[in-house]
Write a protein that binds this ligand. Sequence first.
Ligand code: ZN
Length: 373
Amino acid sequence: MVRGLDGEEGEGELFPYLSAFSVGPTPLGPRQCAFAWEFTLSPADCQRFPQYLGTPVGQRPSRIVRDGSQIYRLRCVRVSPSTTAVSPSAWSVADAVWPSLAYIFVNGAELSVRRKLYFGKDLPLEITRHLRPGTNTVTLHLIRNATESKDQFYAAAVEVLDITSFTRAIKLASVLPTAQCRERIRQRLHPTPRDDDDDDDVSIVSEELTVSLVDPFTARIFDRPVRGQRCAHQECFDHETWIRTRAAKSDRQALKDDWKCPICGRDARPQNLVIDSFLCEVRNTLVAANRLDGARAIQVKADGSWVLKEEAATPQHTAGGPDVSRGPPKRKSISSDDRPSSSTQRPKIEHVRSQTRTTGDVRSSSAEVISLD
Ligand SMILES: [Zn+2]
């Protein structure tokens, strides 16, 4: 259950996200069977542990998690045999997969992993309650089956999960200045189509980029457009909506921290979000022109000039394509009310410079999650 100090549902929600590593992602290779990792924790680090409650007989232990808490987890993921390093971003979106036979000790205590419990997926192993100030030791012993000796390899890491309030999660995003946003668009539109290709579609795409303005969760135009730093697409989603959909829910499962971009599946953790200043300006321009209602997409040229796309049809995602398989809730159908009511020809809206809003009015909260581990 998630509950605020005042008992109001929705207030005081907490948001877990991968913030650091005590042991960075380490490929385990094909042969080595025994691994031992050490890391040091300060007393201040340990102050941030959740508060573990007494465990009634036959029940899982409970813990109290607050804004500012940190949780430590051991996790394995599957990697290709050629992998020599795993970036934090790639790691953050990889599913937990435990080797078929693994023995894990944390400071001498043997821990068992939980497999296929969360929608058929393995769960990370929380190790926080076995840690202490000073040096900590995590050991992993593998016994590989035939496949695991040949082409099914793993990497392991000890992760630090930060638990944060909504307000702090919002503040972690950075701003991508308008000039960089424009340069990004220019690069998307160039190089120009191949000379030997006279396909009309190709030439149209190269001159203008259609960018959806619709947040995939709310089916409305975003308030503050963000995407992940590594996202290749121009499309954004709404900052506050995105964060809110990631609220911790403790339902007999470990804290979940799924921050895969709703459009492309890449890393969209709160600290890796960028606010697209260009699209902020687009929104402000539409507000000033009273054209926000029904705005679904814009067409942008390489010089950054843009027009509202008049057609209210379903917008097309570009760049890598949307990942509908893991996507957010389905878009609501677009009602006729969403369309501009006037049938007269509308003037083009030209780009104007305007103030970029970087932070919103967000609620400050302090809360506890009582979670079954
Ligand atoms: Zn993305």
